[in-house]
Design a binder for this molecule. Structure first.
Ligand code: AP5
Ligand code: MG
Length: 190
């Protein structure tokens, strides 16, 4: 199985690039952000609770997203592999993913981390905020908080995957097509 962790700060292009990788390698795309937003749209109990965290640019509790990913893996037993987009985001989540992968007799193949300058992240998200309707794209203060949370809680995963020799830094600046080609080449070499 090919299991890719597509990593990077808010606005790095994870969702944009996941679509290309999904098609190129016939993988299932699992975005915890998208899954949470569909719970919010459906006004489920989980969605209502998650919204309070998302609106502030904070992470939802680990167990919520770990359970979501567990359910998705169980529902897609015959998949060729997965792209994890926006998951894991804490060391606890990364450890839980290893356990889930192990239970399915597979493993994370590689963590591809999109590097993008902070100004570019903010510009991309403010631009998207004009039309996305996403509460967390609304204003610079929430975007800044998402980036701070990333630096504090999520960036340490670079070390987590480096020590497993699974970390691949990808230049996330430039055109969407150029970045897609960089990612594809890296995945082919895994
Ligand atoms: P999530 O939905 O994962 O959002 P995020 O990671 O904060 O950021 P984005 O999804 O906005 O960025 P992206 O990297 O996907 O970039 P995109 O391709 O969209 O999470 C949202 C919230 O849910 C979290 O804050 C948290 O509360 C909660 N959550 C989710 N997962 C969680 C977890 N595991 N644990 C706990 N809580 C969790 O691109 C951004 C924009 O830039 C787009 O408009 C795009 O068109 C544009 N763009 C893309 N590439 C380029 C390019 N090369 N040049 C110019 N523009 C570009
Ligand atoms: Mg995204």
């Amino acid at each position: 199985m090919l299991n890719i962790v597509l990593f990077g700060p808010p606005g790095a292009g994870k969702g944009t690039q996941a679509v290309f990788l999904k098609d190129a390698f016939e993988l299932i795309h699992l975005s915890t952000g998208d899954l949470l937003r569909s719970q919010i749209a459906a006004q489920t109990e989980l969605g209502v609770k998650a919204k309070a965290f998302i609106d502030r640019g904070e992470l939802v509790p680990d167990q919520v997203v770990i359970d979501m990913i567990g359910t998705q893996l169980a529902e897609n037993k015959s998949a060729k592999g997965f792209i994890f987009d926006g998951f894991p985001r804490t060391v606890e989540q990364a450890k839980a993913l290893d356990v889930l992968m192990d239970k399915n007799n597979t493993a994370v193949s590689g963590m591809l981390a999109l590097d993008v300058e902070k100004n570019e992240l903010i510009n991309r998200l403010l631009e998207r905020g004009k039309t996305s309707g996403r509460s967390d794209d609304c204003c610079e203060s929430v975007i800044e908080n998402r980036i701070s949370v990333y630096n504090e809680k999520t960036a340490p995963l670079i070390d987590f995957y480096s020590t497993q020799n699974k970390y691949y830094a990808i230049n996330g600046m430039g055109t969407i097509d150029d970045i897609a080609a960089r990612l594809k080449d890296t995945v082919k070499a895994l």
